[in-house]
Design a protein around this ligand. Structure first.
Ligand code: ADE
Length: 231
């Protein structure tokens, strides 16, 4: 997978992609990430990328020209499957969206700032508008990093144990069950006996029951979806 990120604060991506699982995925060549500085595509002397909002009101708007220049430049060499705009008014990211987007080969992720991008950018170029939750961040960069993380960990070979992404919370519309490690007793708190029993079938059954119970209590919305799909 190749991800091209368009941002006016590219340095914000140094840390999320510079450590742990994402760093190893890049080193192994399983994902290529290119971060483009939007200012490099501005035709202005001052490299400005925003302008006043027509109709007045507080806040600047990201101008069409640098974004169009950047996207068109990228499109000269690559055919993109999706051009995603990170915005609080987009569709809320969930696991099934991450699953489908992770199948794409080439994507562009555009990070918004200020009051957002000129509406015509959305109409002309954007194929998906994604929010990471009902709150407003200072820019789309952290949201883009969250999106990229959720996609990259699904690429085969990125996680050492390939099945572990499949047992993540949300994969079956269920939250993951509780997990324990040594010591088996800590300050009189014991690990559930079934997990120490070595009986694989019982362990699997216990984990499923815990997942169901957790989902029912914590996320009734997801539990109802799971119930519908398992009927
Ligand atoms: N930009 C600002 N807030 C955002 C959010 N919640 N999701 C995606 N992009 C954003």
């Amino acid at each position: 997978m190749r991800i091209d990120i368009i941002s006016c604060v590219p340095a914000l991506f140094d840390s999320p992609f510079g450590h742990s699982i994402l760093k190893r995925a890049i080193q192994k060549g399983l994902v290529e990430i290119h971060v483009h500085d939007l200012r490099d595509f501005s035709n202005h002397k001052q490299k400005s990328i925003d302008d006043y909002s027509f109709g007045g009101g507080a806040g600047m708007v990201m101008a069409i020209e640098p974004i169009a220049n950047c996207i068109r430049h990228l499109q000269t060499s690559i055919n993109y499957d999706a051009i995603i705009y990170m915005t609080p008014d987009g569709a809320t990211l969930n696991q099934s969206m991450a699953n489908s987007l992770s199948l794409f080969q080439n994507i562009i992720v555009l990070c918004g700032h200020y009051k957002g991008v000129d509406e015509r950018v959305r109409q002309k170029f954007i194929t998906h508008e994604i929010s990471i939750g009902d709150y407003v961040l200072s820019g789309g960069e952290l949201a883009a990093a969250v999106l990229c993380d959720s996609l990259i960990r699904l690429i085969p070979g990125v996680l050492s144990d390939e099945t572990s992404a499949l047992t993540d919370s949300f994969q079956d519309n269920l939250l993951a069950p509780p997990v324990y490690t040594r010591p088996s007793i800590w300050e009189e708190m014991e690990v559930p006996a079934v997990l120490l029993s070595g009986h694989e079938l019982n362990i699997e059954q216990w984990r499923l029951e815990q997942s169901i119970e957790r989902t029912k209590v914590r996320r009734p919305d997801i539990y109802n979806k799971w119930k519908e799909s398992s009927e």
